[in-house]
Ligand binder design. Sequence first.
Ligand code: BV8
Length: 252
Amino acid sequence: SMATSPDVRPQSAGAPMPTFDLSPRQPIVILTGAGISRESGLHTFRDADGIWARVRIEDVATPEGFERDPERVQGFYNARRRGLLEPEVQPNAAHHALARLEAAWPGGVLLVTQNIDDLHERAGSRNLIHMHGELMKVRCTACGSVTRRDHDVVTGEPCPACGSAGSLRPHVVWFGEMPLEMERIQAALEGCGLFVSIGTSGNVYPAAGFVAEARAAGAMTLELNLEPSHGARLFAEGAYGPATSVVPAWVE
Ligand code: BV8
């Protein structure tokens, strides 16, 4: 007869979201990479259609490349700055979910991003560290001042703070340069109860080493990414899929 329905229901598609025994008073540290901004229309770096498939790191993202050809490097970042200002490039559901988590989590959330875009702050995240710098800022190599910038840097342009000509550079951390605010990040990793890595391939150090540091400090560790990264086995848990579905599902 059809009178009794089966006890066993089909599993919903995809793996269940891992759940942790995390007290609401424990701090969370979240590391994000280019994958979280992919669905906002920005390119990642190491995917097949990524930025490093089109330009060489040595040419555009090293101090040596900038010394050799500053106009080329300024052109690369001018183009990306313009891209970030395109009206269709907006924070997505993953950026918004992390801003909601920060507002609601009693233990505190520190968001550390490798991204130089400003989509986290536009979504409302406030406790945010841009460890690789910010596309919408320039720095003067003469006086050190950092200023906001929403238009192209042109050759020979004077620094708005000190007037020195041709001394502006992108306020980004290139390969071979020290990432920003490392002491604050290290302290947060040592004190966190949960470390979550979102949309990063785990190829670039020191960010790729954060999971090991968090684990050594006793934190739970979770990877959220399109697919398991090559460092996936370093995490206790993982959930995989596009950031706009996986991140809100984890936060809620
Ligand atoms: C330093 C800013 C020390 C500019 C960037 C240890 C071993 C070996 C080498 C080193 C080491 N320690 C340090 C090094 C050297 C080097 C390094 O790591 N080299 C690697 C390549 C071996 N590191 C450095 O030079 C760092 N500095 O260590 O300083 C020091 C000490 C004393 C004195 C001086 C210095 C500085 C590195 C910073 C480089 N700058 N960016 C710019 O953006 O233009 S790094 C570059 O990669 C990117 O900008 C980004 O910030 C970073 C990370 O990339 P990801 O974000 O992970 O992007 P990726 O494309 O790789 O991955 C995307 C992921 O998303 C994928 O997994 C994909 O599956 C996923 N995805 C795609 N779509 C979605 C998705 N996920 C979810 N949803 C989707 N829809």
